[in-house]
Every structure is written in C-alpha cells, then in structure tokens.
Design a protein around this ligand. Structure first.
Ligand code: NAD
Length: 392
C-alpha cells in the first residue's frame, strides 16, 4: 500500500486533532487505499512541537515551517497555524510541489484565499479544506436525500453558527480577535463553515445583503503559549478587538430558493450551534452540531393528522458511522469527523483525484464573503462574483 508522508504545521487544537486523526485511520478503515505516516511536526513553540514526537507518533519535529515543508519524506502538508499565516505556508508548500490541506479559512481575507487558490492551481496539487461538518453521517445522508429530490423543490434554507467561545469579556485577545492574526472575524472563522454546508446542500449563492457587529471591543492581552479558551483577570492590560463578533446575511440561491445565515462568537445560550434548516415543497430537514447524532425529518404525503418532524438517530446505516461504532444510536463525536476528513484527503492524494472541499470550494465561499463585506459597506444587496486575481 502507498505511504503518504504528512507534515503538520501549527500544533494547537487543530494540529493535534489532525495528527490524532491520521493515526486512527489504519485501525478504523481497513479498506483504506494509503497508509499515513506522521513524518514531521512544526510549531513555533518548541515544547509543543517536541510533544508531537513524544506523544503523537511523529518521527521528527522542528520550529521552522520551511524545514517541514521541504522534508524529502513529506508528500502532504497540513496547515493548522493561525489564519494570517495560511497564505505564506500554503504558497510555500504549493511551490515545493507538496499537496496541501489547509484548515479553514484558507487565509484570513478573500484576497489571500484567491492567491492561495491560484498558486495551488498553478502547481497542480491536491488541496483540502477543514470544513469538517460536511462529514457528519447524517449531513451526508441529508445531502443524498436532497440530491434524490426527496424534499421536492427547495424553497428556504437557514444556516447558523452560534458559539459562546468569545462571550466572556475576560476571554483573552487571542489571534482570532485581531485583524492581523485572523483577518476577518466570524465571517472568516465560522460563517465559512455554515455557508460551506449551505452551498454543499443547496447549491451556489447569487446575491446577499449582510450586516456585522463587534460587541466586545477590548479584551485582556494574551499570555505566551495559551489558547483562545484561556481567561484574564479584571485589571489585566487590554487591547482592542479589530474584527467582527457577528456576521449575518439574507441570500438568494441560484436554484431560486432564499435563505439566511448568521454567525456569532459571543451570543449567550447556544454553545456550538452549527445548524441548518432546509425546507422543500415535499419535506424538510434540520440538524445541529450540538446534537450531531440526531436529525429531524418532515415528509409530506402521509396522514395529515399525524404530520410532524420525525427524529432519526445516527447509526451504521448512514455513511461512515459503522467504521466507528456498530448498531443504531451509538453516538460518534466531533473528532471522528476529522478522521473521516483526513481519510478523504489521504485518499485524494493517493489516487490523484481532487478532493472536495478543496481550494476551489474555499474560493467559492470567499466570493460570497466578499459580497457580504461589500454589503456591510454599501448597505445594499450585492451580487456574488467568483473572485479572480484581477479582483484583488
Ligand atoms: N475545522 C474546525 O472545526 C476548526 C476548529 C478550530 C480551529 N480551526 C482552524 O484551525 C487553525 C488553527 O486553529 P487552532 O484552534 O488550532 O489554533 P491554536 O491557537 O490552538 O493553534 C495554533 C498553533 O499554531 C502555532 N503557530 C503560531 N505561529 C506559528 C508559526 N509561525 N509556525 C508554526 N506554528 C505556529 C501556535 O503556537 C499554536 O500551537 C485556524 O485556521 C482555525 O480557524 C478549525
């Protein structure tokens, strides 16, 4: 079996999640087409990079991204560093002819994504993006139902990603809250997940009108080596939040349906409500990451007195689920979606068949994001245009 050498760059939450996930592939997917090999891990914090060798099975570590990318045994580079480093790292990897998986967003701004997508296309490499919610077994089944026409003609779509990760004003000013570290705020961070799912399920978006808000204007300054879940104390020195806490929009899809998307990192109540509702002329579905092993399905055409949503539980009858746990209603978890994602990318690299979602899908998302940003400024509906190098 082919071996695919992996370099991970950025060994925080996501770098560790990807590394654990590649290590789990062999035992969960005996029918895999390639063997992942954890060759080298890079983090600018040396202790963190060394932990990759000590506890995660990497052969080597470094604090120099170029050393990881150019390592002769590395076929694919997994970019899990803060957003504003994505462009430099992805372009370096593409120029070295290495396949690249980049955590979302691919760059912190639409212009960066356009440049990364162009460099990858020029290099002819396989690309992947961390839109992991696509891989939930029930989301995959929702896609099958919609493609089969089970819901009839789609009329309405509502997508949202409401998180509380930034709701505590004592939450530190990590890179996510700064335009220089993250680029845009939630429109790059979590609206991207919600819209990726919306476009996967319901096709392209053609026009938008949106708004944005920043509710918590200052936060305590971060400490070295922390994560964005760390907290400061009253009286700690603070700095300004320089990107948006909330982004929302109304949209028109190419198929004639209409929709709304909202994302917030400091709304109180929903903790990780990455959710959608989709309605057609014959049925409707809704799903929420907080209860990712459940989906509600409404189908018309039965006894009207009994109409209502039916709750189905995830189980081995849905895509991928049985690789993790047999039977029905035995749950899988967040990181299992990362394992499926890593398997898909590994397969694409081994077979040479372009992965979806790849940088093309990231480009399609930032083209919508740019129209949303234009609408913040114009206060009007804006048409979506697929961005090219000439637009930036
Ligand atoms: N798909 C998802 O569900 C999901 C979830 C969380 C984060 N993300 C994305 O993953 C990426 C990383 O987020 P995270 O939560 O893991 O952040 P994190 O802050 O936990 O980790 C980032 C790591 O990058 C390292 N780093 C910083 N500068 C570096 C450099 N120059 N070279 C090498 N390493 C460097 C940091 O030391 C840290 O270990 C972001 O783009 C984020 O948007 C995706």
């Amino acid at each position: 079996m082919k071996t695919i050498g992996i370099a991970v760059i950025g060994f925080g939450w996501m770098g560790q999640a990807h590394s654990r996930s590649y290590a789990r592939i062999p035992s969960l997917f005996p029918d895999r087409v390639a063997e992942p090999e954890l060759v080298i891990c890079c983090d600018n914090l040396e202790d963190r990079a060394a932990e990759a060798v000590r506890s995660f099975g990497f052969a080597e570590y470094t604090t120099d991204p170029a050393e990881a990318i150019n390592h002769p045994d590395v076929d694919a580079v997994i970019v899990c560093a803060p957003n504003m480093l994505h462009e430099e790292l992805c372009v370096l990897a593409a120029e070295a002819g290495k396949h690249v998986f980049c955590e979302k967003p691919v760059g912190g701004t639409p212009a960066q994504t356009v440049r990364v997508a162009a460099a990858a296309a020029e290099a002819g490499i396989i690309t992947g993006v961390g839109y992991n919610y696509r891989w939930a077994p029930l989301v995959q089944y929702a896609k099958d139902m919609i493609e089969r026409g089970d819901l009839g003609d789609i009329t309405n779509y509502r997508g949202r990603f409401f998180s509380m990760y930034g709701s505590d004003p004592m939450g530190l000013l990590s890179w996510r809250f700064e335009i220089d570290g993250a680029g845009y705020g939630v429109s790059s961070d979590i609206l991207s997940h919600s819209m990726d799912l919306g476009m996967m399920l319901n096709g392209p978006i053609v026009s938008v009108v949106g708004m944005a808000e920043t509710f918590i204007k200052d936060r305590p300054l971060p400490k070295a080596g922390g994560t964005h879940y760390d907290r400061g104390e009253p009286g700690d020195p603070t700095g300004p939040v320089t990107n948006e806490d909330y982004a929302g929009c109304m949209v028109r899809f190419a198929n004639g349906s209409i929709g709304t998307f909202e994302s917030s990192r400091n709304i109180v109540g929903p903790q990780s409500q990455m959710a959608f509702d989709i309605h057609g002329t014959k049925g409707a579905l809704n799903w929420n990451l907080e209860t990712m092993n459940e989906m509600n399905i409404f189908m018309t055409g039965g006894e009207h007195l009994h109409d209502g949503y039916t709750k189905v539980y995830a189980g081995e009858r849905y895509p991928f689920h049985g690789n993790f746990v047999p039977g029905d209603a035995n749950s899988i978890a967040y990181e299992d979606l990362k394992v499926i994602e890593c398997l898909q990318f590994l397969t694409a690299v081994a077979t040479g068949e372009q992965h979806e979602p790849g940088f093309q899908q990231a480009l399609e998302y930032v083209s919508v994001q740019q129209a949303v940003i234009n609408s913040w400024e114009s206060g009007k509906w804006e048409d979506v245009k697929l961005l090219t190098l000439d637009d930036i």
